[in-house]
Design a protein around this ligand. Structure first.
Ligand code: ADP
Ligand code: MN
Ligand code: MN
Ligand code: MN
Length: 362
């Protein structure tokens, strides 16, 4: 028998027993802080503090083990940089998103927030806003897409995107729990929808400023994985989780500047697209963690994608690299959507690269 949801160790645990402990009173002066960071995957650990922190400066820098490529173990510093409310424990307990620094005090190899923040400061006069659409696929305990037949494929695509009904939709409980947890935490979540594959979903964050939209996306990813864990389900951000004519997952990134949002802003939007068209390769390199390799499987001109080696743009064109939404074209101002970033991208790299091209002409 193949392992399925029923055999997932997490799904089998009786959750009602948890209530007994969740209701236990915690000493007045104690706050549970969950440090969250990214090295090769999202990680977290708890620390009990004696004071309710009011800013990241009240939270101690901490450290965590980090596996080096040569197999040795070193330590990274965890620098608290953004506070969220803890939707699992409620009350005064918090989550803290951290930047990582290696032993020599330099940003670690996977810390792109530091550079993104520096670039964002240079662009502040244009007040850039970003909105990011995170697509992902739920996996069952056996690693197969959630709800798919165990020895075959689901029916042809069509009813699943924004779908309704037990025959088309899998995992809505998790998606809705995640939406509420994001709102509670203080993440600026924009919305959610079921995607083209059964078991594939999306949530969007923003619009908000450059660094904070990325902080929100990372913590939103953490909450998603953490909530799905309780249901015995995994989340994959692989940009092409199923081979063949099955849609991949992206991280469409929408951007606007003050000039784009102002009346007649379509001119600034077209100027930005012109600049993007001249730096396609630089962007592809930054849009997945493997310098374009992961996106190669997804951006193949099939399944409503543009080919990875050729830039294109258009109004309402979802097969282009960059799209101007119909409503934006109608209004003559607003934002543009870059459809190239992969679902497993680091948003700090995507945002930093877009800023450098659009606002700094680099
Ligand atoms: P799509 O039609 O591509 O699926 P969605 O509705 O999923 O679009 O997402 C729209 C995204 O656009 C959201 O992430 C939202 O934050 C973002 N957005 C809306 N207005 C702006 C704006 N002025 N600047 C930047 N991003 C914006
Ligand atoms: Mn969308
Ligand atoms: Mn989508
Ligand atoms: Mn989109």
């Amino acid at each position: 028998m193949s392992k399925t949801l029923e055999t997932s160790p997490n799904a089998r645990i009786n959750k009602t027993l948890l209530d007994r402990y969740a209701k236990l009173e915690i000493p007045e002066n104690k706050v549970i802080v969950t440090y969250i960071w990214f090295d090769d995957c999202i990680r977290s650990k708890e620390r009990v503090l004696n004071l309710a922190p009011t800013s990241v400066n009240d939270i101690p820098i901490w450290c965590a083990g980090h596996g080096e490529d040569d197999g040795s173990l070193s330590e990274w510093y965890l620098h608290p940089c953004a506070i969220y409310k803890d939707p699992f424990r409620g009350g005064k307990h918090i989550l803290v998103w951290c930047e990582t620094y290696s032993g020599d005090g330099k940003p670690s190899i996977t810390n792109h927030r530091n550079n993104c923040a520096k670039i964002a400061v240079k662009c502040s006069a244009e007040e850039p806003w970003f909105g990011i659409e995170q697509e992902y696929l739920f996996l069952d305990n056996d690693g197969q897409p959630l709800g798919w037949p165990k020895n075959g494929y689901p029916g042809p695509i069509g009813p699943y995107y924004c779908g309704v009904g037990a025959e088309s939709v899998y995992g809505r409980d998790i998606v809705d729990a995640h939406l509420r947890a994001c709102l509670y935490s203080g993440i600026r979540i924009f919305g959610t929808n079921a995607e083209v594959l059964p078991g594939q979903w999306e949530f969007q964050v923003g619009p908000s400023s450059s660094v904070s939209v990325c902080d929100d996306l990372w913590v939103g990813r953490f909450l998603l994985q953490r909530i799905a864990e309780e249901f015995g389900v995994s989340v994959t951000l692989d940009p092409k989780p199923v081979r063949g004519e099955w849609f991949g997952s992206g991280c469409h990134t929408n951007v606007s500047t003050k000039s784009m949002r102002a009346s007649g802003g379509i001119e600034a939007i077209n100027e930005a697209i012109e600049k993007l068209s001249k730096s396609h390769e630089k962007h592809i390199k930054a849009y997945d963690p493997n310098g374009g390799k992961d996106n190669e499987r997804r951006l193949n001109a099939g399944c409503v994608t543009a080919p990875i080696d050729k830039f294109s743009s258009g109004i309402a064109d979802r097969s282009a690299s960059v799209r101007i939404p119909k409503t934006v074209a109608d209004a003559g101002c607003g934002y543009l959507e870059d459809r190239r970033p992969a679902s497993n991208c680091d948003p700090y790299m995507v945002v930093a690269t877009m800023l450098s091209t659009i606002c700094l002409d680099e």
